[in-house]
Write a protein that binds this ligand. Sequence first.
Ligand SMILES: [Zn+2]
Length: 230
Amino acid sequence: MLDEILSYREMCGKENVQTLQRGMNFRLNPNYSVILMSQRKNASYNNKIYENGLTIEYEGHDIAKTSTRIDPKNIDQSLEYPSGRPTPNGLFVKSIANYKSGKQKPERVKVYEKVISGVWSLKGIFDLVDYKIVEDGKRKVFRFILTHSGLQQLETNQAVSLVPRSRLIPSEVKKAVWKRDGGKCVICGADDELHFDHDLPYSKGGTSITTANVKLLCARHNLQKSDKIE
Ligand SMILES: [Zn+2]
């Protein structure tokens, strides 16, 4: 099972951009949006992937810190900038409203998750289907709901790596495996085009995921392995 790992530069390359600075990137590409997420304990936002791996709850983004006197974490997240232009939260909310009223299909969102600093994994393609506004104790935040789109092709002229069910490898396991395998393919030592490889395909009953049955493989050795299975 694949779970593609990318360096920051590879991730930007895939999205045809020089840099990806923001977590929420509405229509980064003509057919889809991109979000970056972290579930790490020190992450600035509280995001989670549900146990089944099919649903993500993604926190909206704060207002910019424009002066040292304001703490964005104490201020309600907003739909608009002071200029009246929509924030990424506003763009997401509008697209959800359009979807719910039947004006458009759900916005497609490609989700990347930070494994460790500079290392990202592609979680797959999700549909932006809903949101809620929650009171987090001191202010209002948006929580966007994304559900996995299944196996779909985003672009016709670019092969998009699809990630069947592999998103179920928990971040903690990924971090431990990355460290254990030294960020290299365990067979040839290549340090690019790496994937987290899960030993027991879900279709064959593989369930519990521990560091013992996950390893790092380069694309070439991953392909060889899938050839063998099929
Ligand atoms: Zn290899």
